[in-house]
Design a protein around this ligand. Structure first.
Ligand SMILES: Nc1nc2c(c(=O)[nH]1)N(C=O)[C@@H](CNc1ccc(C(=O)N[C@@H](CCC(=O)O)C(=O)O)cc1)CN2
Ligand SMILES: Nc1ncnc2c1ncn2[C@@H]1O[C@H](COP(=O)(O)OP(=O)(O)OP(=O)(O)O)[C@@H](O)[C@H]1O
Length: 206
């Protein structure tokens, strides 16, 4: 996908409005890509971590995932594989919209009934699920660059959580069409250590 450049005669735009413009572009690219993907292939792509990534999960540290919505890269295959390997996995959890993001345990990714929509409508574990502090977080994204920059949904939830947990390993999961040549950068943006797509593994420069 070619980067959408603004027309030459537009004045310079700041990082925030440029991010908003790029979000609209890459969300559409993501939707178009998923709609074009034959149903039979959907269950096969990103169905488990590729071997070099699986080899990183050597300790007992919990792994944070996300529950995909819409055309986000799927994570259910990873979740089920990680559970079968004996790992503890967790999902973002919010007490209320104006509260910080936490992670709580996702005990059984084979049971869709375990999760219920949270304040942001994303399926999340119950308030009784044990709180977890993941050593690795699998991060959703709208766009990424080959060296590890990330454009998220714009709420800053991951950036703020990662600022509080700077030692966390971060792995972005994405479709190939979400690769951008460059992305605007703000001081709080945290680079990803790695991005996995159906065809490639990108090693970030963080
Ligand atoms: N699958 C998934 N789970 C995730 C995220 C994600 O990007 N994907 N998050 C990534 O951070 C966190 C949730 N963050 C959010 C990011 C954006 C919006 C959002 O787009 N809000 C709309 C309004 C929604 C409404 O009013 O219902 C908006 O701000 O315009 C909500 C939550 C945690 N869980
Ligand atoms: N470490 C931080 N501390 C305080 N505010 C932050 C921090 N990181 C991000 N923010 C705020 O969050 C808002 C959204 O940031 P940004 O546009 O970078 O989100 P994003 O990374 O795309 O989204 P997300 O992490 O939710 O997927 C901004 O207003 C930003 O100032």
């Amino acid at each position: 996908m070619v980067d959408p450049s603004p027309p030459a005669n537009t004045p310079p735009i700041d990082a925030v409005s440029e991010k908003a413009r790029l979000r609209a572009h890459y969300r559409k690219a993501r939707r178009d890509q998923v709609e074009a993907l034959p149903q039979a292939l959907r269950a096969l792509v990103l169905n488990r971590p590729p071997a070099p990534v699986a080899a990183l999960f050597t300790d007992d540290a919990p792994i944070g995932l996300y529950h995909p919505v819409g055309a986000e890269a799927p994570t259910l295959g990873w979740a089920r594989w990680l559970i079968e390997q004996g790992h503890t996995i967790a999902l973002p959890w919010f007490a209320a919209r104006d509260d910080a993001m936490h992670f709580r345990r996702w005990s059984n990714p084979f049971d869709e009934d375990e999760l219920a929509p949270g304040p942001w409508k994303f399926p999340q574990p119950s308030a009784e699920a044990e709180e977890q502090v993941p050593g690795t977080v699998i991060v959703p994204l709208v766009a990424f660059t080959a060296d590890g920059h990330r454009l998220g949904q714009g709420a800053g939830h991951y950036d703020r959580w990662l600022a509080r947990h700077p030692q966390t390993r971060t792995i972005g999961l994405a479709w190939d069409c979400q690769l951008a040549d460059t992305l605007p950068w703000e001081g709080h943006d945290r680079m990803l250590d790695m991005i996995v797509t159906p065809t490639r593994i990108y090693e970030g420069q963080s």
